[in-house]
Write a protein that binds this ligand. Sequence first.
Ligand code: AP5
Length: 205
Amino acid sequence: MRLILLGPPGAGKGTQAQRLIHKHGIVQLSTGEMLRAAVAAGTPVGLKAKDIMASGALVPDEVVVGIIADRIEEPDAKKGFILDGFPRTVPQAQALDDLLKRKHLKLDAVVELRVNESALLERVETRVAQMRERGEEVRIDDTPEVLSKRLANYRAQTEPLVHYYSEKRKLITVDGMMTIEQVTVAINRVLSALEAADSAAKAAK
Ligand code: AP5
């Protein structure tokens, strides 16, 4: 299974990806996590991404496309993956299409999590408070100012992907305002229906 989780900052992409990978035996490919690891390790990619991420802007397309192209080649991604935070621009989506086509792989679905803006702000505030309580380092881009830039960038650069994948009949929109468990149930219901339709189509051949 190959899925994309699409949604604004704080929509629950990482939360849902973690829950889905266990059930479906696939891996989570989070460009945000990979970039934060690269920043922490001080790699060339990390050095390039650090200030961009801190400002709430997007890292250049060629950098993230390169990261995903390499990661998809790794053995643990062969059974399937959930892309969390990628693609985030139309050129990234086109690059992913090319990549999958070259490898004769099919994208099963793009799950868009819809959450209203005030809930997003509250969720990120809660995440910051919880990380502080646990004594963890808070994300540098989780301040109210940077979060509003991340949201504005989402609306301008990533939201066009809703139309992009809707045209390709890959888009499934899920109400992300429900509880975490209810969102997982809703996504799994959709995935089961897709699997059933896929099996029926294969059986009919
Ligand atoms: P990234 O790490 O991808 O951050 P993001 O998209 O802004 O998303 P978040 O991690 O903030 O939120 P999420 O949707 O995963 O929500 P979560 O599950 O954590 O990207 C960071 C930066 O890296 C970007 O700004 C950019 O600079 C760069 N970058 C990354 N990918 C890139 C790309 N492809 N191209 C260019 N640049 C890129 O949930 C949030 C909180 O809400 C948690 O506390 C959770 O417990 C809670 N929560 C979740 N679901 C619910 C629910 N249903 N009800 C109540 N609470 C909930």
